[in-house]
Ligand binder design. Structure first.
Ligand code: FES
Ligand code: FES
Length: 158
């Protein structure tokens, strides 16, 4: 066991775990942040996507030792970011309004991929958005409503 310290959604956390424990398991099981989902467990579906130091990563492929000293952002951090209360952020609201979330398994990862895209200055063009979410699989929506939701927010971001 080793002690690892990093920030999650702006708050410091400390865990005593084996260094190769998956960041996904640390988030869900050790820290109780179950918003991040597990789909394939093999880096193929993007359901577990989070931001690590601003980069989109699959938390099922990241050993916690790689997060040591880093900054992790999960879907739980989106709503908090909006207004310091439980209100949804603009991406979450757009997903809701456009019907971009159906079963919801892909949604947290999609939201984090979209957040990374917008944070990098991505615009409302469909090709750019589809490329940004290319690593995130959705079995329900056919992607069109997801692209619409992200485009809606990208089009209103200065
Ligand atoms: S669960 Fe991590 S990519 Fe599918
Ligand atoms: S909403 Fe069900 S997998 Fe995307």
């Amino acid at each position: 066991m080793t002690t690892y310290r990093f920030l999650v959604n702006g708050g410091p956390v400390e865990v005593d775990v084996p260094g190769m424990r998956r960041l996904l398991d640390v988030l869900r099981e050790d820290l109780g942040l179950t918003g991040t989902k597990e789909g394939c467990g093999e880096g193929e579906c993007g359901a577990c996507a989070v931001l690590l130091d601003g980069q989109l990563v699959d938390a099922c492929l990241v050993p916690v030792c790689q997060a040591d000293g880093g900054i992790v952002r999960t879907v739980e951090g989106l709503a908090r970011r909006a207004a310091g209360d439980a209100s949804l952020d603009d991406l979450q609201a757009a997903f809701l309004e456009t019907g971009a979330a159906q079963c919801g398994i892909c949604t947290p990862g999609m939201l984090m991929a979209a957040r990374a895209y917008l944070d990098a200055g991505g615009g409302p063009d469909e090709d750019g958005i589809r490329e940004a979410i290319a690593g995130n699989l959705c079995r329900c929506t056919g992607y069109t409503k997801i692209v619409d939701a992200i485009a809606r927010v990208a089009g209103t971001v200065a």
